[in-house]
Design a protein around this ligand. Structure first.
Ligand code: F6P
Length: 501
């Protein structure tokens, strides 16, 4: 059976930069969603016909998008179609609606005495978000009607990703009309979803449109049951949709409900996303990672390592993580001189003012801890802000403790990658608000991410965990992370959309 798979996401699998001489070079787009989708697509049948539609994110991307008649491919050979959306429209849709309003809403990050303020600007930005989703729906409709594969024809399966594209499933269904019957449309949200009381902060029209948009899909996917449940609660409370729920025995994958609205049924599914353990381990054997392991080991000496690896992202809760480390050093002086906290906090969304302020706060706190506790021969904390993937993998290999304490997180790959790459076993201090807590709870030390004292105590417990227990827990975490590799995550969604393999 031939396979035709269309993916749509804001960020694509490849992005471009201009060199000093004006030449263009491509590199792989970052983030958990890209890794999951790209690795999942790589596992499809060799003859599968795939097209990945994404937005041009920069001037360099736009230059490529305009000259892409020849056909663009990512590093793995996946055909990519980049949409050259007008810069102002893109900026308002991505920065103002997706990153400022929706991200804050879905992760429940608003500082409610002053935020959000949905005024005239938001109405204008919302029009751009609609136009941006329409551009994707137009491209998807065109590609959906192109049914040909290298060896014949196939009904397309469409996988629309994330909160940037909530309106696109409905817009696509409207464009396809009768032809929508032959195309399975899925939407997958990689973020948490907010409960109705919080969700209702959005202006009513926008709140209804987002839910109605996703319900244009045949399938709505989430990483964890609690996000799927919150989504269904919003469908019932905000739209008055008919919701039929089922319960999962474990963390998934599986269906958790059916929502009927405007005569169309959407199945709600949970698909946790883990890691491709053998590919990750192979990557970690490469020379660049080994060199970083050597350097980090020399720098740390025989001190214990507490590691965190994150984008400098408000939801990642880096500030409270640093405060917990400071409290550990303050309340348990036995660790002074005997532990180093490696904080890899890579740049993110610097166009959003809250992120710039947050980055300053992280730097300031790291500076204060070093000033307060550092000695001539001991740096209690190393903050690295330059993104370096091989160095991150090296840190996972050496970590005694991995700190992953998000305020909210759809899934969280760091928690899983860390366990898979750990060389001597690593204790995981994990926020109970991460989607990954549903799969990793038994073997991690779960914390309330707002409770700095509890987090400091968990760090102490992790540092003092007996070797055998740490190794046993770490092996169990690694096995869980490897149980839902991208191929299974993506293949499972396609199978429930009726794609035969
Ligand atoms: O959490 C969902 C997600 O799509 C991640 O995969 C990604 O890291 C992030 O959101 C989007 O980040 P960006 O705005 O940099 O593309």
């Amino acid at each position: 059976m031939d396979q035709r798979v269309l993916v749509a996401s804001n960020r694509g699998p490849v992005s471009y930069q201009f060199g000093a001489d004006g030449s263009l070079t491509g590199s792989r787009g970052g983030g958990g969603m890209i890794a999951g989708v790209a690795d999942g697509l790589a596992a499809l049948e060799p003859g599968a016909s795939v097209t990945w539609i994404c937005a041009a994110l920069s001037d360099a991307d736009r230059a490529v998008a305009r000259s892409q008649e020849k056909g663009l491919r990512d590093e793995g050979g996946i055909p990519v179609r980049m949409l050259d959306i007008a810069p102002g429209t893109f900026d308002r849709a991505y920065n103002n609606v997706a990153n400022s309003a929706l991200w804050f809403l879905l992760h429940q990050l608003f500082d409610t005495p002053v935020q959000p303020r949905f005024g005239r600007e938001f109405r204008r930005d919302w029009e751009s978000y609609l136009a941006y989703n329409e551009a994707f729906a137009d491209a998807l409709a065109q590609e959906t009607l192109t049914r040909s594969t290298p060896t014949g024809e196939a009904d397309p399966r469409v996988l629309i990703q994330d909160y940037h594209l909530c309106l696109a499933p409905r817009l696509l269904r409207d464009r396809l009309g009768e032809a929508a019957r032959d195309a399975g449309i899925g939407h997958f949200c990689h973020t948490p979803w907010a409960p109705p009381d919080y969700y209702r902060m959005l202006p009513d029209g926008a709140g209804r449109a987002l839910l109605d948009g996703i319900l244009g899909a045949d399938q709505a996917g989430f990483h964890a049951e609690r996000w799927a449940t919150a989504f269904m609660d919003c469908c019932a409370a905000v739209l008055g949709a008919d919701v039929n729920r089922t319960r999962l025995d474990g963390p998934g994958p599986g269906p958790v409900g059916r929502v009927t609205y405007r005569g169309h049924l959407t199945e709600v599914v949970v698909h946790p996303l883990g890691v491709d353990a053998s590919a990750l381990q192979e990557r970690a054997r490469a020379g660049d990672v080994r060199a970083h392991i050597g350097a980090l080991r020399r720098a740390a000496g025989d001190r214990k390592l507490i590691v965190r690896v994150d984008r400098t992202e408000l939801s990642k809760n880096i500030v409270r993580g640093l405060e917990a480390y400071r409290e550990l050093l303050a309340t348990r002086p036995q660790w002074r001189g005997r532990v180093v906290h490696l904080v890899f906090a890579y740049p993110s969304r610097s166009a959003v003012p809250e992120y710039r302020a947050y980055t300053d706060r992280v730097r300031q706190l790291a500076f204060e801890i070093t000033e307060q506790y550092g000695t001539a021969d001991w740096d209690p904390l190393v903050l690295e802000v330059k993104d370096d993937y091989p160095r991150s993998l090296a840190a996972y290999a050496l970590a005694d403790v991995l700190l992953v304490n998000p305020i909210k997180d759809g899934m969280n790959l760091v928690a899983q990658e860390g366990a898979v790459l750990s060389e001597r076993g690593c204790a995981l201090v994990l926020s109970r608000e991460a989607g990954a807590a549903a799969t990793l709870a038994d073997d991690a030390l779960l914390v309330n991410p707002y409770d700095v004292t509890e987090t400091a105590e968990a760090l102490h417990r992790a540092l003092t965990m007996p070797d055998a227990e740490r190794r046993r827990r770490s092996a169990a975490l690694a096995a869980t992370a490897a149980a839902d590799p991208p191929a299974r995550w993506l293949g499972g969604q396609l199978a429930s959309l009726g794609l035969e393999s």
